[in-house]
Design a protein around this ligand. Sequence first.
Ligand SMILES: [Zn+2]
Ligand SMILES: [Zn+2]
Length: 755
Amino acid sequence: MVHSTYKIHITGTVQGVGFRPFIYALSKRYIVSGNVSNNSKGVEIMLNADSITLKQFLVAIEYEYPPLATINNIDCEEIEFQHFDDFKIIETQESGEVTVNIPPDVSICKDCETELFDPKNRRCSYPFITCTNCGVRYSIIYDLPYDRAHTSMKFFQMCKACEEEYTNPLDRRYHAQPIGCWDCGPQLKLIDNVGRDVSTPTIINKVVELLLDGNIVSVKGVGGYHLMCDATNEEAIAKLRERKHRPSKPFAVMVSDMYMAEELAVISVKEEELLSSKERPIVLLQSKSKHIDLPPLVAPNISRIGLFLPYTPLHLLILDKLNRPLVATSANVTDEPICTSLEGLEKLQGVYDYVLEHDRDIVNGCDDSVLMVVNEQQIILRRARGYAPVSVKLPFTLKHNTLALGANQKNTVAIGFGDEVILSPHIGDLNSIGSVGYYEKNIETLKRIYNFEPEVIVHDMHPSYESSKYALRQAQGEENIQVELPLVELVETQHHYTHILGVMVEKQIQGKVFGVAFDGTGYGEDGNLWGGEFMVCDYEGYERVGHIEYFKLLGGAKAIKEPKRVALSLLFDLYADEALTLLNPTTQAFSKAELKTQYIMWQKGLNSPLSSSVGRLFDAVASLLGVCQVMSFEGESGMILEELYDGSVVGYYDFTYEEGVIGVLPIVQSLLQEEDTIVAVSKFFHTLIEMIAVVYQEHDTLPLVLSGGVFQNRVLLELLFERFPEAIVPNLFPPNDGGIALGQVAIELKPKEVE
Ligand SMILES: [Zn+2]
Ligand SMILES: [Zn+2]
């Protein structure tokens, strides 16, 4: 057989995932010589082989690659013959532009779990056991390439035993960067709420005792701290709610295993798959009609519960001993990002009783991911740990290096170059100085790691979004800059068009679509707050072919939290000052004096921006039916209406549709006459589907694409798929504003010219 030399280049998530030892093992199987190395673009293999062996080798790569790897592309070319004595793994070369992906943090693998509970194993009960196929990644990375020296593990000197595993290509811990053990790796510490070290020799036992005693323990996890308490202890949960000023927003619950999960919720095959996937997200599930153990305070008035499985060895050790569900909610101050350090956590000193701390730094914060399954489709509500950062292939090439700044709520950011986008994890709402700082840090991290400088910055059209202000600061340049920076071009995008673009990118759609964006509020081209939009779109632009008739948001931003203001505004639209004497849940939620003030506001248009938002329409319905007048968390009204929906109710409410404008006042009139709340809610849901049908029938040759925060509503999604089985909604990115950054990058796409 004639041997030739081949150069194979592989791109994708191929670093820090055990790719080189995998190739090394293949070289032993196929008895070939050469070498394998990481470079800034991926993995490179030099191989001396005959053509048949080469083929087998390539097939093996394609079908057997390590569990955490993803392959974007394999390139193979024959080069000038070179001689190799054997097959070697070559150390990382650092240079040039970085295009490899940062691997996300994943849960502990089965092999490590087995060792964790094996009394004979030297890492038995070690809370940071890990291997090449599992554990922390993104959250400990300062820089690429992904080597121990570029992570917060650099502060731990490996012991001899660990080093032997780390350097043996055939060991399952070969180059596992976070490798460590009782002798050399990170260690736990227990701290009380005034900062005293109260560690004991058996910290886990102590923590379990504290939890069973009703204490709130803040536990340092992967991308931040959790606040944890016994989920079966109503008093503890009440204490947590009171201390965290969180009266009713549901808490997520961590359960030991699938058996415990199944005691608490109805779980489909698909849901089980997601729960136990290596990403271990929080999955929103149907609670079992009678909670066996859980007090309703975990998720008041809501029949769904967010469950997740332990994803670190530390969680496993706690839950193994505790053997009951744990409330596990992100440790953060309202409107602030998740706490990632003990100093940051000090702000919550009044909330927790103890902190389970350890000495491995969290470099990049990352929340838990949240998703649900509707009609066998995965709907991501928060894309973070396990899923992010992520690289997405674009359907076309970008014109410029693009930085996309996202929106103001549920923010994510993205950088785009070539035909690729890297999307950050969920950053959160940009409503506080702390959150804006965290936002800027995330942008800087992406820029640094990817050695990226934007030529274009894309931001939302809304002038008062923090992201838009950030864009302006970048374009104007910071004051003390000595060197001349290349000019950055700013591009602004319309919020709802961007929502649809995000789905088009995810689904690699190339032509025109009919987009429906049902959303909270986003800034429109006319300065009004859009959110019930029908658009014909492609990458070049959009035409707004329909929308919900404008109504006034009395009190502006206040109306977004107070459904009663939106409902009252619609009542004024219908009955003018006669609404003042009406007796219904909405008017009764105001004092007489308040009603008069609101009326004057409505009449004169004072602090009353116009809106076409379907999100606000949900609010209005909730108020008119007397089920929610003021919300304690975003999306509460929609959740309550979801609960009241009854699938056996038929029919919908009439609305008008003229010249692209959907008039909703007839719906309000009908709602006021409806005696049964459940009938009213159910018909309202059907009415929304009917609206989509009416506008879509004028454009039904185009694919139907839907996005926006309102499509997080399970009932609406179910009805949508029932009526339009072909409807396209986002599955890999959130329909809420977490998907905006992806759409913003798409504005810079350069579709191929039609020849
Ligand atoms: Zn492992
Ligand atoms: Zn060690």
